[in-house]
Each structure stands twice: as C-alpha cells, then as structure tokens.
Design a protein around this ligand. Structure first.
Ligand code: NDP
Length: 272
C-alpha cells in the first residue's frame, strides 16, 4: 500500500494526517503542527470552528515545506450554512490560513434543511479551483443519498467518527460503492485506548502501541485517519504505522469490537 489514497477526482490524499481539534490557536497549534510536519505528516485537518486556522497556516509557512507538498483540509461551520454565507466562510478560512487554496473543503455537519443548498455552494467553490477537492463530514447514508440525487460533483471524502467501537460497516460499504473516501475522526476514541484488552494484547503481539494498532487497522481498511495529539512523543508515535501489517485474523479481532458506540454527537440528532 502506498502512503496516499487517490480520491475520486485523482487527487492524492495521505492515509495519515494530523488533527488539531482542541489545540489552541497561537503557539500551541503552531508547535504541534511544526512537530507533526517535522516527523513526516503531510496532511493537516482543521476547521473554522476550531479557531486555530491562523496558527495552522503560520506553522505551515514557518516549516519551509512547499505548500503543494502539504494536504490541507478545513471545514465550513454550521452557522454559515444556516445564514447562507458558505462562499464568504470559505474566503475567511483562506485568509486565516494564509493560503490561496485548500486541498479539501468539507461540509462539517449535515445541517437540516441546509446541506443540499450548501453542497451547491461547495460545487461552485470546487469549480473555482480554490478547493482541490470537496467533501462532507458526519453524513449518514441518507444524507449522502440526498446530495447525490442532484450532485454534479460527488463528494470526494466523508469524514466521520470511526474507531473499533464504531465501525459503521454499512456506511463504509456505501462510501466505497460510490467512490467516496471514508475518513476517521476520533480514530483513537478520544484517548480511551487501553480499555479494550484485545487492543492491548495486539499491541504486545506486534511490539506496537495501542494507538499504532488502531491507526494501522484504519489504513488496512482503506480509511484515511487523522489522530490528534498535543504531545510531541505521541505525535511521533502515531506516525509510525507504515512499518508493520496486521494479519487478517487480527483485523477481524478488532472488527469484532464494534458496539455502535459513539463518543461524539449523532449526525441525526446533533443540536448545534
Ligand atoms: P483522537 O481520537 O485523535 O484522540 C485524541 C486524544 O488521544 C487526545 O486526548 C490525545 O492526548 C490522546 N492520544 C493521542 N495519541 C495518543 C497515543 N499515542 N497514546 C495515548 N493517547 C493518545 O480524537 P479527536 O477527537 O481529536 O479526533 C482527531 C481529529 O479528528 C480532530 O483533531 C479533528 O481534526 C477531527 N475531528 C473531526 C470531527 C468532525 O466533526 N469532522 C469531530 C472530531 C474530531 P494528547 O493530545 O494529550 O496527547
């Protein structure tokens, strides 16, 4: 397996990226992103609502790495969908990021009565060339069907909560069948890593950490994954997932941990 997924429009997206939710803007996020870039990550996942796009952009600039060598994702927040200002929200994100394009622009949540119109705005942004790919986040199958019914551009990515306790096999199959790349948020179960004895046992068997076992499971399932850490040693640890392979039996052990359990909000009942 190569280090990149090829999205439905031919754009390459690294299987492993760095998530920056809940890392403060300024020095904190700049330090974390610099550490991530230094240890080899080339994909960063932020969002307007994380309020740290400026720091992410600064860290990328300071790294000296060419912009085109970094895959940058941000997302449009729900208020912009509700007040029909998606185009302006995109401009604002670009300005904060200090860049003239993003690699991937996502609809953060399927806001009821809005997301279909939002997708039309996303298509215009894509056609402008300033988002190299567009996609969605937290979309269930029925949300995807709604936009696919009239879409001119099929979402390249669906970023959803995905980890051993929430495997979403039907959604995974639907995305695969429709050439939508599935991407895992909260892949590390928001830090609840050592609670499953099966994961700990596999970590011992492979001489890896529980986090590395889960991230490898994502990648072998062809799911893009974006672990977050504010701890330099963990940022480095989470990137060491391309030097081993889980057997099919051990993949099945992890698959069997699925409980349909969410740590985050449910896309059908969220209230923000
Ligand atoms: P994760 O599942 O990535 O877990 C992060 C937590 O795990 C932190 O507490 C971190 O601690 C800890 N951790 C990280 N690495 C290790 C390790 N190797 N060993 C032990 N603990 C570890 O949670 P997130 O919710 O942050 O999800 C990842 C990313 O997904 C976000 O940053 C964001 O980019 C995206 N996301 C998107 C959402 C959406 O709606 N589209 C929703 C939520 C997240 P510490 O930082 O202290 O090291």
């Amino acid at each position: 397996m190569t280090n990149d997924s090829v999205l439905n429009n031919g754009l390459k997206m690294p299987w492993l990226g760095f998530g920056v939710f809940q890392i403060d803007d300024g020095g904190s996020v700049e330090g974390a992103v610099r550490t991530a870039l230094d240890v080899g990550y080339r994909s960063i996942d932020t969002a307007a609502i994380y309020k740290n796009e400026a720091g992410v952009g600064q860290a990328i600039k300071d790294s000296g790495i060419a912009r085109e060598d970094i895959f940058l994702t941000t997302k449009v927040w729900n208020d912009a969908q509700r007040d029909n200002s998606v185009a302006q929200a995109f401009e604002d994100s670009l300005e904060r990021l200090g860049t003239d394009y993003v690699d991937l622009y996502l609809v953060h949540w399927p806001v009821a009565n809005c997301y279909e119109a939002t997708w039309k705005e996303m298509e215009k942004i894509y056609q402008s060339g300033r988002a190299k790919a567009i996609g969605v986040s937290n979309f269930q199958i029925h949300h995807l069907k709604d936009i696919l019914a009239t879409a001119e551009v099929v979402p390249a990515v669906n970023q959803v909560e995905f980890h051993p306790r929430l495997r979403q096999p039907e959604l995974m199959k639907f995305c695969k069948d429709n050439k939508i790349q599935l991407e895992a948020w909260s892949p590390l179960m928001q830090g609840h890593l050592g609670e499953e004895s099966e994961i700990v046992a596999l970590a011992e068997k492979y001489g890896k950490s529980p986090a590395q076992i889960i991230l490898r499971w994502d990648i072998q399932h062809e799911v893009v994954t974006i672990p977050k850490s504010a701890t330099p040693s963990r940022i480095a640890e989470n990137a060491q997932v391309f030097d081993f392979e889980l057997s099919q039996d051990d993949m099945a052990v992890l698959d069997a941990l699925d409980q349909g359990k969410r740590f985050g909000p449910d896309p059908d009942t969220f209230d923000f």
